[in-house]
Ligand binder design. Sequence first.
Ligand SMILES: Cc1cc2nc3c(=O)[nH]c(=O)nc-3n(C[C@H](O)[C@H](O)[C@H](O)COP(=O)(O)O)c2cc1C
Length: 185
Amino acid sequence: MSKKILVTYASRTGSTAEVAEAIGKTLTPPSLPASSRAGGIEALSVDILPMQAVKDLSLYQAVIAGSAIRKSKWLPEAVQFIRAYQSTLRHKPLAMFTVCITLAMPNGEQYRSTVAEWVAPVRGLVTPLSEGLFAGMLDFNKLPFNWDTLMFRASVAFGIFPRGDHRDWNAIHVWAESLKPMLAG
Ligand SMILES: Cc1cc2nc3c(=O)[nH]c(=O)nc-3n(C[C@H](O)[C@H](O)[C@H](O)COP(=O)(O)O)c2cc1C
């Protein structure tokens, strides 16, 4: 029987979407046909979708859901997704990931527990089997110039947050690998 995993994400400037892609690729290495056995999951196949495009969770045996952080919170559409599917997600293996720029600060690792706390409202709705917290990317060219981004731009100008791409693809890959036995259900 085909077993599908959903990797779904909320992203504003694309970096979390690319993290979701990388997680999906780890779960289905290109060298293996989609129908092969991987990490105990038979006939693994993966859909990678923005949360707004998800219509039916019954197709999936497990879900990996991730969001970018803005103003110390998951994006509203991500919280909305978890709330909407809360009862279904309680009965499926669930993993969650979070992408933010705090972990890219020179002393970012010391804020890991703070970043984990930002996800507490989501953890109040569902109980993930595993959580990944990853440094993200800051590209001003992708940011609209508006009131929402102004304060953030200022904190970057003052050197609080670093620009650039700080995603650690190896850490993302290692985390995704660790999910395989859990997601087999
Ligand atoms: C307006 C704005 C607010 C942000 N607020 C935070 C924040 O409070 N904490 C943090 O660590 N990162 C913050 N970030 C950084 C993003 O989480 C980071 O750039 C992430 O990689 C963006 O993901 P995306 O490209 O999927 O939208 C903020 C970014 C923007 C543009």
